[in-house]
Design a protein around this ligand. Sequence first.
Ligand code: ZN
Length: 501
Amino acid sequence: MSIIRSIAVTVSFCMFLQLALASPAAADSYHVEFLPGRSDDDGAMRRAKVTAIITPKHGRIGLMRSGTDTGLYHQWATFVESIEAERSDGTPVELIYEPHGQWRVSGWRRGEVTVRYTMSLQHDRFMNDPGDDELASATAYGVMWTGRALFMEGAPSDNITVTFNGPENWRVTSPWKTTDNTGLAFKSADTDDLLDSAFFAGTHDETIVTIGSIEARLATGPEMTAERDLYKQTLETYLPIYASLFDSAAVEAPVIVGIRGSFWGGGVMGRSISLTHGGDLIPQTIPMVIYIVSHEAFHLWNAQWQYNERKRSEIEWMAEGIAEYYTWLSSIRSNNIPTDYFLTELGNRWATYRNALSHRSISAAGASKLKDSQSYDLVYSGGMMATWALDMFIRQQTNHEKSFDDVLKAMQAEYTGVSAKDLTKLSFIQTVKSSTGVDVTSFTRQHLSQSHPMPMNDLLDGVGLCLTENETDDGWSATLGNCGDLTDTVYARQTEWMAMQ
Ligand SMILES: [Zn+2]
């Protein structure tokens, strides 16, 4: 999870890897009932009563997933109003609260416990980080919850049923499989699939968008037809481009939940994308929404790669930087943005990278990307610039026969699926070599592991672009444009890079 700050908006993206967890035998079940909240509430269904049948993990249960950056001492457990538990024979068990959203099940040896707890939906009533879009929020027509903010977790399970109960006419839009025709009963693939998710329950509009073999589901408010159409159009534009780039369809269909709120933001959890619209969709905010949806949609592929967890921080730039580069490149390739817009963005991101580079290297920044803005900039903008530089380096070294597009296809083939290899810095170098013939060992050492600025102007030579950098007391600025008149060959190479293949 991470936060992007731009002009007057806060956009947060988050991405969780689908970890291969050992499959336990236990079957978990959750029943959720939505009720009106406190008397000082706004009449919305701000109370969720949950009955969970789960197996404790090391004698503990909790609501502690990915909550360390919330700023809330008790994380999601802050919103628990009451909680009690009993063994499968009906005898009550004592739950002893341990900090940070975890309970110890007193005297537990083995077996399931039934946990009954009530959550108060107040997340959208105060400033919080990561934001309502990654927690929960209420509207007059229903409620959005993220799985991790609602479902109590024990030992992981791959046999999970979820049922909902709400006012009449309520339905639930979720990423999980429906198990009957009520629209209120689901089966999630596993604990990760349950918790790394967002769903909407209410009388909202549910739209199903079919793109190739993918069925995306959109949940939007009754007043949000423009937003819904924009999501639909963005998915229809970008998913086929990404499928072609990766030479592979997205495995899982996304769910997009859009609500109106007090700020602009977006988050992705697994294959759920939640967006908070801080105002009406106006021409100035449309590019932001397209950007969020297209960036998050890219993660439907590259978030599935098997990143080596132990060495994850040094390759974090591959998750975000590659997504950033290809989101923008796909926008220009599909004529969704004009050329000067694309070149201006690259110039701005170069300046952001240069300003952050004195801080540490791109690889080193992965460990602290949420702790300071320079690290964040190095992972997102530095990672984007690294992908761009590698793309240009590969084109230059192969006389423009190969590009990072070839690397992307190879990464998708090698790092996903049952026989996926572990993605590390070293395996990445091997994949670049095997897919393009180019050795990037020294490039990655100097510009990713160390903090030598990338020789961008040398790399851009073949596509006829010049980067003009300027360092002032306020830091670096940069502009990108054609280096005078281009020869036919250079023009053709530039067009090939920016055009759909
Ligand atoms: Zn992202």
